[in-house]
Design a binder for this molecule. Structure first.
Ligand code: PLP
Length: 577
């Protein structure tokens, strides 16, 4: 069997971030990659360079590390090996070698693959493309552009006042990347397709939404912007009674009236359960004028509601769903896709992802970006922090690479710890965030204090629980330290029973009237028959026992006493004067 050998290149060029590959039309009528026979004592690279120059008129630089061989039989009794290198266009003038080449095209991958005649060429091109993708620099467009600008050592005569120098007192802060809108850094609320929008688009694609807006004032900003986007001013919303106070403030600012969606009380766990789609359907049927629904999922205790089922109920009635997922930014990276069914979702990156305080995300389906920007800019600073935004960019990339595997390992450790220690565990209908560790105890406050005395600071404690936020930043050593401290405390155990919260008091003023009314401060115990101007939301139950605008009744004060809230009588409440 006769052996032949050729060498050639998968030639590519990159312009404005778009890569195109060279394919050529041979005079035999095939679309192929560039290649030719080895002559004399040429090395493989010599042959490839010469053939590329002769056939195309172009010069190239080889990309190290790629060498792909294909073998085929061009004629009976002949075996041919073709060695391909990866060749980045570096110069020359495109010119077809008349005896061999009829036409040359630079095409994006998909069209280049479709053009090539031989499967082996397609296979080589695909491998070359994958090789280049695997070596791409971090796809963090905002971080990259800020870093590149900082590296030019610009004279910064704008905000922030540190002008890129380290902060006084050795306080470490990435001043170099702490820019303002300067014509080169983009504009969070602007129209231009800039690096910020590119970074936001990567988040939106990663989580399966049409749009993403970076937030630099936490989920609080996103909740205000999201409710303004969906509900506008006035009208009613169907509201998770357990909403965060940011939601109650948004109601007041927007003049919205809530119709509360109750949650079941899970006596065994001492927490509220999920919002049911049936409950949402009932409220929407009774109040067909309501077109905005706002729920929290997961709750502080990690309780998830069935977002796709609730979204389906809303959409079937022409209503739209906003989810406060402040504690759920890690879930899509763990494979949870439920949020995609909602219209607006707000997430605090800073709570459960390795992201700096205040960094958060507003996602939406069915809205253009400028609508999110409009409301984001109403409730956010006009000087958003580029450090926070660049961190959001970097966090996504980290999570899409090594972060997710680390988070999965944390989830496994949480799962094992939940089996060994008294803790909330999933059971129908209780679906839990797999990463949220809620330890139970006959005295949650004492357990939290015992942990703190050993240098361990949980997120929150109530009478029966200690809530710990464990993330991809925590590994076996951190879990081990926590378990040893739990052993020493001797305070793990089932939670003390907590009675279900009473029916909410009657609402006699809207949240807006209550927020803006003149107010006075009274001892809580003496506030019966007053109208509350604020929220009293002890944990547990984790839902407001009294909300702004509600007429406080004796039974609510009695419940608060019963669950040990305001034990020493020092708690005050703001009421309408
Ligand atoms: C359920 C929920 N929503 C919203 C927020 C507000 O988030 P941020 O602190 O990011 O503004 C919080 C804060 O704890 C929260 O627990």
């Amino acid at each position: 069997m006769k052996q032949e050998k050729s060498c050639g290149g998968v030639i590519f060029r990159e312009q404005n971030g778009l890569r195109k590959y060279l394919v050529l039309h041979s005079i035999q009528g095939h679309w192929t990659l560039c290649k030719g026979h080895v002559e004399g004592d040429e090395t493989e690279h010599d042959t490839a360079l010469r053939e590329i120059r002769e056939e195309t008129g172009l010069s190239v630089d080889f990309v190290d590390g790629f060498r792909e061989t294909i073998t085929y039989a061009p004629r009976p009794g002949v075996t041919k090996n073709v060695v391909f290198f990866l060749a980045r266009l570096s110069g020359g003038t495109l010119a077809c070698q008349p005896e061999e080449v009829e036409a040359i095209r630079f095409l994006p991958l998909g069209r280049a693959l479709a053009a090539l005649t031989h499967p082996s060429d397609r296979d080589t091109l695909q491998k070359a493309h994958s090789f280049l993708e695997s070596r791409r620099p971090m796809p963090t467009p905002l971080y990259d552009s800020l870093r590149a600008l900082a590296d030019t050592r610009p004279l910064r005569l704008d905000m922030p006042g540190h002008h890129g120098l380290p902060l006084p007192g050795g306080l470490s802060w990435p001043s170099e990347l702490d820019f303002t809108e300067n014509g080169a850094t983009g504009n969070l609320f602007g129209d231009e397709a800039d690096a910020i929008q590119a970074a936001e688009a990567l988040w939106a694609a990663s989580f399966g939404f049409d749009q993403c807006l970076f937030l630099t004032s936490g989920s609080t900003q996103g909740i205000h912007a999201g409710l303004a986007l969906l509900a506008r001013e006035g009208g009613s919303v169907a509201l998770d009674r357990g909403s965060h106070r940011a939601v109650y403030h948004a109601l007041a600012l927007l003049g919205l009236t809530p119709r509360f969606l109750p949650r079941p009380w899970l006596a065994q766990e001492g927490v509220t359960g999920p919002i049911s789609p049936e409950m949402v359907a009932d409220v929407l049927s009774a109040h067909p004028e309501i077109k905005t629904i706002c729920i929290t999922s997961p709750t502080y205790y990690g309780v998830l509601s069935d977002v796709p089922a609730i979204a389906a109920v809303c959409h079937a009635r022409g209503a739209r769903l906003m989810v406060d997922a402040a504690h759920g930014a890690h879930l899509p990276f763990l494979g949870y896709t439920g949020y995609q069914a909602a219209d607006v979702v707000v997430m605090s990156a800073h709570k459960t992802l390795p992201a700096p305080g205040q960094s958060a995300l507003l996602f939406a389906n069915g809205f253009p970006l400028f609508e999110l920007q409009r409301w984001g800019s109403v409730y956010g600073t006009s000087s958003p922090s580029y450090v926070l935004m660049a961190a959001l960019d970097g966090v996504r990339h980290y999570m899409e690479t090594e972060g997710t595997a680390r988070y999965q390992s944390t989830v496994r450790l949480v799962h094992e710890l939940r089996r060994r220690r008294p803790a909330l565990t999933a059971r129908a209908p209780l679906e839990l965030d797999p990463a949220r560790l809620v330890l139970t105890s006959p005295d949650g406050f004492a357990l939290a204090n015992a942990l703190r005395s050993q240098g361990i600071y949980p997120e929150m404690a109530d009478w029966g629980h200690v809530v710990c936020i464990l993330t991809c930043a925590d590994g076996a050593a951190q879990f081990d330290r926590l378990e040893k401290a739990l052993d020493r405390s001797g305070l793990s155990g089932p939670c003390a029973p907590v009675p279900a919260p009473p029916e909410p008091p009657p609402m006699v003023l809207t949240p807006r009237q209550a927020l803006f009314a003149p107010r006075k401060r009274l001892p809580l115990g003496g506030a019966a028959e007053q109208i509350s101007a604020c929220q009293i939301a002890p944990y547990p139950p984790g839902v407001p026992v009294i909300a702004p605008g509600e007429l406080i009744q004796k039974k609510h004060l009695a419940y608060l006493v019963q669950i040990g809230y305001n034990r020493d009588g020092s708690t005050a409440i703001d009421v309408v004067r």
